[in-house]
Design a protein around this ligand. Structure first.
Ligand code: GLU
Length: 476
């Protein structure tokens, strides 16, 4: 790489399309995006789909669309090819093949013809004797050129293994964690390529990061052991490695690794789920920004839009300790951004959610939007509108309350007041009910089935006279 290239920051997000974009992936994408954009660099999306059995085309599209929705548009990607492409690993097989051959020619990798069964047996026998730290025995390193030729001629399946120099140390300055060192003797001769023409992840990642001119790699801490292997590969290929930073793990409230099985959060871990529930991209971005990063000591600002996030982002603020995912904080952000929405946008989004749920006719739009505004201040996400406003669209459960006579009288009085009210406006409803204010909790129960909620005169006005009188009916 020449000097000019090195000064340009190029980061990448490299998902395997084996599922939808989740919070952890989105956070990795965000930090890489911010790092690049902070210095007018480039943010690249690379699809790592060499695991053919688990990869699906629809996940590639969905993950890309989720990134766009979040505002993290890649500068280069399979959807926007550029000179470093193709950006999808299954379209780069000939490139991996070429470098595998080069390593083979230089005797840095060797053919291994051991079958799965042989390897399993070898491992089992080893563990009986030594208990731990099994590594491949390097048996196939002893094969003679004739034996190798024979096997190749008979088309015996093989893999290529990297001959890891046992006596060397491999260290790097982690951008988040400081110096990390590995010893060659602890790294197995790992597989980089299979005879079916497919590379293994670590090999493909190294080739791609190098050829795509990636300068910085921010990724989850679960990749630290991959980094060790990748460093050996960089050395073997005679290339400089990018700089690596390993992000803290995301934990649940019990401080265990966030898992799909977590009951409270399982429906909130995927970006498409949050989208469906009516979370706003700016809220998710702001929330993710603080999931493992902090702007610095003494800085209390919690609200950052994407532009401010770019300006303020720095590697120093990345934490090593686990970042705890809490729904409360996500909701807090989303509630905040819902209050900030332009009225028109708020109306549009609420109508979309309620129309779909209650199959409402177009002429109800204005009325429905007024209802939505009643709940806006407390809304954590748009989908909550459905339950909060249900009593406007469906009859609430009738609660039969044993009322003392005095209350029954008052209720009758209320009904009369409302029956006689000709000018059905919020203000006139409010005026009419001045004298029965202490009955409001009871009226609310009868009209909505709820003990609390938005201001009662507003509810009464929006429910409309007919519904109100019907619901206030007493059992005779
Ligand atoms: N494709 C890998 C994954 O989905 C990421 C590899 C990397 O970031 O180096 O976990």
């Amino acid at each position: 790489m020449n000097k000019k290239n090195i000064s340009v920051i190029r980061t990448r997000f490299a998902p395997s399309p084996t599922g939808e974009l989740h919070l952890g992936g989105a956070r990795t994408a965000l930090f890489n995006y911010l790092l690049a954009k902070k210095s007018q660099g480039k943010f690249i999306l690379r699809i790592e789909d060499t695991d053919q059995e688990r990869s699906k085309e629809e996940y590639i599209n969905n993950q890309y669309n989720d990134l766009l929705w979040l505002g993290l548009k890649p500068d280069e990607s399979p959807f926007f090819e550029s000179k470093h492409g193709p950006y999808q690993q299954t379209k780069r097989l000939d490139i991996y093949q070429k470098y595998a051959q080069e390593l083979l020619d230089k005797k840095k990798v060797y053919y291994c013809f051991c079958s799965k069964e042989e390897l399993a047996k070898e491992k089992e026998e080893y563990l009986v004797k030594k208990k731990a730290n099994y590594q491949y025995s390097r048996k196939c390193l002893q094969l003679s050129p004739e034996q190798i030729q024979n096997f190749l001629q008979t088309k015996k399946p093989y893999v290529l293994r990297l001959k890891v120099p046992q006596e060397k140390d491999y260290g790097f300055q982690d951008l988040v964690r400081g110096k990390i060192t590995f010893q060659g003797k602890d790294i197995e001769d790992f597989v980089i390529f299979r005879s079916n023409g497919f590379p293994l992840l670590n090999f493909a990642v190294v080739i791609d990061d190098h050829l795509m001119g990636i300068s910085h790699v921010l990724r989850g801490e679960e990749h630290i052991s991959n980094t060790a292997k990748q460093l050996v590969l960089y050395k073997a290929l005679g290339w400089n490695s990018p700089q690596f930073g390993h992000l803290s793990i995301i934990l649940n409230k019990e401080r265990q690794k966030l898992s799909k099985r977590d009951q409270t959060t399982s429906e909130f871990q995927m970006i498409y789920q949050l989208r469906q529930k009516g979370y706003l991209p700016q809220a998710i971005i702001n929330y993710l920004l603080f999931l493992g990063w902090h702007p610095g000591r003494g800085i209390t600002q919690e609200i950052f839009n994407l532009k401010e996030a770019i300006e303020n982002f720095n590697l120093k603020g990345l934490h090593t300790q686990g970042a705890v995912f809490t729904l409360e904080k996500l909701n807090w952000y989303n509630n905040y951004y819902i209050q900030q929405l332009e009225e028109k946008e708020f109306e549009k989004q609420s109508w979309k959610v309620l129309q779909k749920e209650y199959q409402l006719a177009e002429e109800k739009k204005e009325w429905v939007q007024k209802i939505a505004f009643l709940f806006r201040p407390r809304l954590n996400c748009f989908q909550e509108l459905i339950n909060l406003s249900r009593y406007f669209f469906q009859e609430p459960l009738q609660i039969d309350l044993d009322l003392p006579l005095s209350q029954l009288e008052k209720l009758k009085e209320t009904k009369e007041l409302l029956t006689n009210l000709e000018d059905w406006k919020e203000e006139s409803v409010r005026q009419a009910l001045q004298t029965v204010k202490n009955l409001f909790p009871l009226i609310r129960r009868k009209l909505t089935g709820q003990k609390s909620g938005p201001e009662l005169p507003k509810i009464i006005y929006l429910l409309g006279k007919e519904k109100v009188l019907k619901r206030l009916k007493l059992k005779s």
